[in-house]
Structure formats: structure tokens, C-alpha cells
Design a protein around this ligand. Structure first.
Ligand code: ZN
Length: 133
């Protein structure tokens, strides 16, 4: 794995959280994008090498809505940049980690992504992401 690519934060309402993070980070949100397959809206901020990804559910029963229901707003996942996502998935699987998707899937920001089950990672949802060329 390379650097932390981004940190995902679950929020209820973009109209509140985007201006909040713009103030906090002193930078403008440079992109919003919907990931239809996950029923989620994303908003991105750049802070040096790392990004912040805000996540807002599109539906009342989406994964982000359920997360907020259980845990409240806050850090949802940490994403690591990887060079070869399939090789990294194989390595982690061999180490006993559980992948939430068997094959890399298309995520936001032109990335192939895979999530690891938080039960094997001290409760932290980990995302692997590989920039698509
Ligand atoms: Zn992410």
C-alpha cells in the first residue's frame, strides 16, 4: 500500500457539511459525484496529498444512512492508494482479511475500489483504491 489516499466521512446533509469543511480546511470542494450503485453522493476536498471524501446517503436505507443511524456522523473509512489492486486483494486475503467485494468495483473519483470487512481490522473500514489509467 502507498499513502492514505483519502478519508471518508459520513455526513447527513451536504448543504451543511460542504460549507463546514470548506471553512475548516480553507479550501473549496472541488468535485461532487454520485456513485449510483452505492446510493451515495460524494464531495471531495484536497488537503496536500490527501483528500477528504464526504459521503451522504441518497436514500433513507442506504449504507451511509445505516452507518449514521448506528454510529452517528463521523469517520466512515480510510482509503489507501495501491498500485495493483488485484495483487493487494490477494495478499490481504492470504493474510486472512475478509474482502467485502470479490472483484474490484468502480468507485468515485475514477478509482477501482475494494473494501475490507471491519471485523478483521479493529473496526476500521479500509478501502483499497487504484487510480484507473
Ligand atoms: Zn472512499
Amino acid at each position: 500500500m502507498k499513502k492514505v489516499e483519502h478519508i471518508g466521512i459520513a455526513v447527513k446533509d451536504f448543504s451543511i457539511s460542504i460549507p463546514l469543511f470548506e471553512k475548516l480546511l480553507n479550501t473549496n470542494c472541488y468535485k461532487t459525484e454520485t456513485v449510483a450503485t452505492e446510493n451515495v453522493n460524494t464531495a471531495f476536498f484536497k488537503q496536500g496529498e490527501t483528500k477528504i471524501e464526504l459521503l451522504q446517503s441518497q436514500t433513507a436505507d442506504g449504507v451511509i444512512a445505516k452507518f449514521i443511524e448506528k454510529k452517528g456522523e463521523g469517520i466512515h473509512h480510510i482509503a489507501f492508494d495501491v498500485e495493483d489492486i488485484e495483487a493487494e486483494m490477494k495478499r490481504l486475503q492470504d493474510e486472512g482479511f475478509v474482502l467485502l467485494n470479490e472483484k474490484p468495483k468502480m468507485g468515485a473519483d475514477n478509482k477501482l475500489v475494494c473494501f475490507l470487512h471491519p471485523k478483521n481490522t479493529n473496526g476500521v473500514l479500509i478501502e483499497l483504491c487504484e487510480e484507473r489509467k
